[in-house]
Design a protein around this ligand. Sequence first.
Ligand code: C2E
Ligand code: CA
Ligand code: CA
Length: 420
Amino acid sequence: MPLATASTGYSHLLREIDDLRAQRGVTGIALVLLQLDGVGEVNRSLGYTAGDEVLERVAGRLAAVGRVQDRIVALTRGVFALLVHNPLHAGHAALAAEKAIRVASESVDVTDGRARLRARAGVSFLPANATTASELLRQCEVAIREAGRRDKSHVAWSAALDGQATVASSAWFEIDDALHRGEFELHFQPKVNLRTGALSGAEALTRWRHPEHGLVSPLQFIPAIEGTDSARTLLRFVLNTSMRQAASWAQRWPGFTISVNASPTNLADADLGELIADVSRIWDFPVDRLVLEITETALMLDPDASTRRLHQLRSGGVKVSIDDFGTGYSSLAYLKNLPADELKIDKSFVQNIDHSEKDRRLVESIVQLGHAMGLVVVAEGIETEPMRAALVAMGCDTGQGYLFGRPVAAAAFDAFSPAG
Ligand code: C2E
Ligand code: CA
Ligand code: CA
């Protein structure tokens, strides 16, 4: 099967699909989108040359999958599209996906050792599901994300999946390219000691400076990279950038802590503790001033596994914060045993404390609950002075919100001086 490699893989693929469907005798197309994971690990253990070598070898093997008249397009590093034309039935595409996955995850001998990648695929059909090439590709992306979520090797798109799909303005591989092009930056939002008014640290929040759309919110792109290697690439970028910054801020503000958001994919990463230790050494910023914020919902996906992971991370010195607290469904039984240092009350509760007595009492009980469990309690989304005053009266430890400062670029954060 001919292997087409193009730097602009995305538009190239759309053209290939359009070409193919215009051909005489072509009545339908199945697209198998294949994503390889684990190149990052090969890079780290055997070096970047080995990483490239593995990808090349796997690409070569993939070119041999399928019938001669099918096509394979390399979209971006580690992402391939397999075009199966006139699939005999839906199972035919599933077989092609399985075969590609099998071939891609066989071990490869490279110059300095042996490596093995993981692969996942999303499948959809034109014209049965999609009427245009870009719609077909989008459906495969949704399916592949679902495969990641359900931990399946491949999933076929169905309309039901769209309801669950998050607003992702871009495909994950576009985001991955943007990450490598350096289009991501961090903004920092102050965290303030509510008793003294002094600055205690900052939360790092990611922004994508998109060439066309301007600053893109993390809510637009984080869901799209969940379950992929890019989630790890992003966290590595966030850790590096924020710990480098925090090391310099710690000289000005002693005891300065930096908070970083970690996703479920990050939490599941067995190498996370090691990554943090490495970055901490490079920038000479102590691990115990790094706070990993993990949402309550993420922790409750698999409470037992989370508990084990948090024990591991904390034994390395990292502080752990339960983010968006109150929006998940933790049972107190789990909460009691969850190894954490901080509880962060979600802004949806905080924002009503000055006009809803119920919310005020609720937040007050959360502060007490947190303290009873020995946790530092943080309130986010503090926008007004009455909100701050109410939280101080409740004994809440730390505050964050527009009242103290919006998330800003590092240079602007330098100018921060807490109101006191
Ligand atoms: P989050 O962790 O709950 O972060 C707080 C969000 O509330 C931020 O939105 C922040 O800009 C906003 N915010 C802060 N103070 C106020 C306030 O006083 N009022 C209101 N209305 N909003 C306030 P942002 O920056 O858009 O981030 C959204 C979410 O994206 C974050 O929610 C976090 O869950 C996620 N996120 C951000 N950066 C990363 C990252 O590097 N990795 C991962 N996995 N997730 C990230
Ligand atoms: Ca957070
Ligand atoms: Ca929140």
